[in-house]
Design a protein. Structure first.
Lengths: 776, 121
């Protein structure tokens, strides 16, 4: 028996280039819009130009008679389709009925009111302009604080106070902490609306085959299985008769962790016209009709002793929910509250969230989803406290961190931080940048009238969402390994990666466990007909949970491989390593490939063993994973223009064991870019009438590559005890660390001018005014 | 005279006392659209002032505005001053916000220039 595969070098931990990249960078990947079908029709959606209005009448006659148009549907036609679902449940949560097309009233600009279906995309678009809607325009409100002030126009007439929910959380004895405080610092901190801006906009293609009573729905989503469960329910179609496929997905950042009206609407249209129908979101629609992120106004108070010991934290959090709840909207600020103590020991916290309806696009999960807002808040407050006490920002952090011997550490907000060494990344970062030398340089620069800042952020992150009881739809993940008769390996995962690179990292894990060549492994995801079930990719969970499910499926498979190997070798005394089942006593081995063939040929089965080599594992995590880290940003400010230059950006992240350092670097770079976008440039702005006035990239300042500094990514490694891979998650870490370190840095540069806080984005105009004329 | 003075105006039709239906073409950077709307004159206080209410919509969005025009004698000339508010919505608001100010100033300037020229002839 020949030895055909020899592999002793492990792939996990190596900088392997992404196997998915060639098709992505050569433009040959298949996105929803690349899919063509015979008889396919195209839909264009008529949307409200008003933020609040009653619909007096809709006249579809001209549109219906336009060239190429086969059908026009309005809210009256789709009234019976189930509402766009809100999966978040909070006590007393008010959930407006979210029709897929407006019935008699619109609540935001971009609200869909009709759909025009034609044989050609451009004919559909032209005909959409012919739909005449008679509006009765109503007053609107776009600012969450104005919305809850007396006399504000009601977004939903049944709830005139515009309050979507109020949520309290408390731990320890906050009143005692504040009574005993030697110092209390307070600050209003905003985390502005952001527009997620995935490179690929959303798109849906629905194909109803009435004779089979089956539908295939292609959609650009992070959660194909949940879309199937929920959209089939909306359409009244049996779940097993719908197949959802997420083909190549060009980014999501949380914005595709959702169920949108258009997904059900295309299903509805296809069932009505009996033809496939496609809708591709335009970029302008994407600005208005795909969820936004953040939208916080936070009022923080921190109580402390004079030596810098934090005694307690109070937070009033006003969350701009927008006009509707999308899938997880109201749950997002509760994550901010969970994370509000950061890495600090204080056990006394009190938070109140007021979720507010506005006539704006709904907010929901966007890279970090509640944790960047929380970290921004606490990390700004710690700097403000340090400033008040004239302490060094690094020193005050080191003083308040949870100590290593305190793990597992129950937090004031009900989490259990299982492991960590919080001082390690900060100390490492300070060493790399030579913190003392930087301070000396800054003192010297100030003497010369130059503005230089050093900003520190230390963060904790809830990764690996999450144990099922803590999630709205189950928090496990599913992994299947199928060894084909030829010995090729197919991995099916419920993680629906959309740019994260699991086709590479999951193949690394499988290659190491089975001892096969990485090129023999194919990782498939995103198709409900081939993956048993899946929760999806979001919340820095794919590797920690999906990777672990795969790992356990591989362990089960290895047991079976040994059984078949033992039969082939004629000895029960075998081991499996490096792609060989070996009997040391006999000095014989049999290859993985031979075992695979034998398992399907099934000439001789091991006792109590089924033919074939397929294994599926659903893995339920016992806890979240808790990544942490320290970021340092060094900035310089041009006093003449207010322009900020990020001279140095260092991220030291502890994401546990690293499967592929190249991909981790990529995640950190991308995350920092998005955090930097929020800190310096991006802002979704509505005018007082609820018109989004940053509706295109000419007005919405997305960072460009040339605006990015060099980002240095380093690590400390504390393996997670929650999963056997020891991994945590790193998809959101960069975003979480970036905005506080940058704002802290710029405030530090201006602190001698009396500046203590700056709200984002820190545009040159804002900075120039501060330099020219004093406080924020 | 008014129809000739309003830039882009393609038709102004009286529908009632002090009320007109108007068609006009307007361009805002890369956007252009044919607007249909209403013009109404209220608070008429001849010869010194009146209020102009304008409402129009098109494929590229809607405009709603009102302005108070005040006429004061200044020697042989009449000075016209104006103040007002305008709301825009739809695509125009989403992508043209920064251009609105400049474009509306330009249109107002054109309007008064034309009006002056028309009155003189």
């Amino acid at each position: 028996m020949a030895t055909t595969i020899i592999q002793t070098e492990k792939l996990v931990g190596k900088r392997i280039r992404r196997r998915e990249d060639p098709r992505l960078i050569t433009g040959t990947a298949t996105y929803v819009d690349d899919i063509q079908m015979p008889g396919m029709h195209h839909a264009a959606i008529v949307r409200s130009p008003h933020a609040a209005a009653k619909i007096r009448s809709i006249n579809i006659k001209a549109a219906a008679e336009a060239p190429g148009v086969v059908a026009v549907f309005t809210g009256k036609d789709t009234e019976k389709v189930g509402p766009v679902p809100c999966g978040a449940s909070l006590p007393g949560l008010r959930v407006p009925h979210h029709y897929i097309l407006a019935i008699d009233r619109v609540y935001l600009v971009g609200h869909p009111v009709a759909v025009v279906v034609a044989t050609d995309r451009y004919l559909a678009r032209d005909a959409a302009d012919l739909v005449e809607v008679e509006w009765e325009v109503l007053p609107a409100v776009a600012d969450p604080e104005k919305a809850i002030a007396p006399g504000a126009p009601p977004v939903h007439p049944q709830w005139p106070d515009n309050v979507a929910f109020v949520y309290h959380q408390e731990g320890g004895d906050v009143d005692k902490a504040f009574a005993e405080a030697e110092v209390v610092v307070k600050q209003r901190i905003t985390s502005q609306r952001l527009i997620p801006s995935a490179m690929e906009t959303r798109g849906v293609l629905a194909e109803w085959r009435g004779a089979d009573r089956q539908m295939t729905l292609y959609t650009s989503t992070q959660i194909p299985h949940l879309v199937r469960t929920l959209v089939s329910g909306m359409l009244g179609l049996e779940e097993n008769r719908m197949r959802v496929i997420a083909p190549e997905v060009g980014g999501g950042f949380g914005s595709k962790l959702n169920v949108y009206s258009e997904e059900a609407l295309m299903g509805f249209v296809s069932m009505k016209i009996g033809k496939p129908v496609k809708w591709i979101e335009s970029r302008r629609e994407n600005f208005l009709c795909t969820i936004h992120g953040r939208g916080h106004v936070d009022y923080f108070e921190v109580a402390a002793k004079k030596d810098g010991t934090i005694l307690g934290i109070k937070l009033k959090l006003i969350q701009d929910q927008g006009a509707y709840h999308q899938l997880l909207g109201p749950a997002i600020p509760t994550l901010s509250v969970l994370m509000m103590p950061g890495l600090y020991r204080t056990k006394n916290v009190r938070a109140e969230i007021v979720g507010v309806f506005t006539n704006c696009t709904p907010t929901d999960a966007y890279r970090g989803a509640g944790r960047p807002e929380a970290t921004h808040g606490i990390e700004r407050m710690v700097d403000i406290l340090a400033d008040e006490l004239k302490m060094d920002p690094a020193e005050i952090r080191l003083k308040n961190f949870v100590h290593n011997e305190e793990f597992p550490f129950p937090t004031a907000t009900g989490l259990t931080y299982d492991s960590g060494d919080y001082a390690a990344p900060l100390q490492k970062a300070m060493g790399i940048v030579d913190y003392k030398k930087l301070l000396a340089e800054q003192a010297e620069a100030r003497k010369q009238g130059k503005l230089m800042g050093i900003g520190i952020c230390t963060y904790g992150e809830i990764c690996g969402f999450g144990p099922s009881p803590a999630t709205p739809a189950g928090g496990w993940e599913c992994g299947t390994v199928r060894v084909e008769p030829s010995g090729k390996v197919t991995v099916l995962t419920g993680s629906c990666h959309h740019g994260q690179g699991e086709e590479t990292t999951f193949a690394q894990i499988a290659a190491d466990e089975l001892g096969v060549d990485i090129d023999d492994i194919l990782v498939l995801r995103g198709d409900t007909a081939i993956v048993p079930y899946g929760i999806g990719t979001f919340g820095s969970r794919a590797t920690a949970i999906g990777g672990t499910a795969l790992y356990f499926a591989l362990q089960d498979l290895k047991v079976k491989i040994k059984k078949f190997g033992a039969v082939l070798l004629g000895s029960p005394d075998v081991s499996f390593a490096n792609g060989q089942v070996t009997c040391n006593k006999m000095g014989k081995s049999v290859s993985f490939k031979e075992v695979a063939a034998a398992s399907y040929r099934a000439m001789k089965l091991p006792p109590n063993t089924e033919p074939g080599l397929v294994s599926t594992h659903f893995w339920e995590p016992p806890n979240f994973t808790f990544g942490f880290g320290a970021h340092i940003a060094v900035t310089e400010i041009d006093p003449e223009t207010g322009q900020i230059t990020v001279r140095r950006y260092l991220a030291v992240d502890d994401c546990g064991n690293i499967i592929n350092p190249l991909l981790v670097d990529g995640q950190v770079h991308g995350g920092v870019a998005q955090g930097m976008g929020q800190a310096l440039w991006e802002q979704g702005v509505y005018d007082d009438n609820g018109q989004l006035i940053t509706g295109e990239y000419t007005d919405y300042a997305m960072p460009r590559a040339h605006m990015m500094p060099w980002i240095q990514s380093e690590h400390t490694i504390t393996p997670s005890p929650v999963n056997p891979l020891g991994v945590k998650g790193v998809g959101e870490a960069g975003t979480i660390g970036a905005s506080p370190s940058l704002v802290n840095s710029v405030v530090d540069a201006l602190s001698h001018l009396g500046v203590r806080h700056i709200d984002m984005p820190m545009t040159p105009e804002k900075i120039w005014k501060l330099v020219a004329g004093g406080k924020n | 005279m008014l129809a000739r003075a309003i830039p882009g105006c393609e038709g102004l039709e009286q529908t009632g006392p002090d009320e007109y239906r108007m068609k006009m073409k307007m361009a805002l950077a890369s956007l252009s659209g044919a607007f249909e709307g209403k013009v109404k004159i209220t608070d008429s206080n001849p010869p010194s002032s009146f209020r102009l209410l304008v409402e129009g919509s098109s494929k590229i969005g809607f405009v709603k505005g009102e302005g108070l025009l005040t006429l004061t004698a200044s020697g042989e000339n009449t000075d016209i001053s104006y103040e007002g508010d305008a709301q825009i919505g739809g695509t125009m608001a989403a992508i043209g916000q920064r251009l609105i100010d400049g474009t509306s100033k330009m249109m107002i300037k054109k309007f008064f220039e034309k009006l002056t020229a028309e009155s003189a002839s």
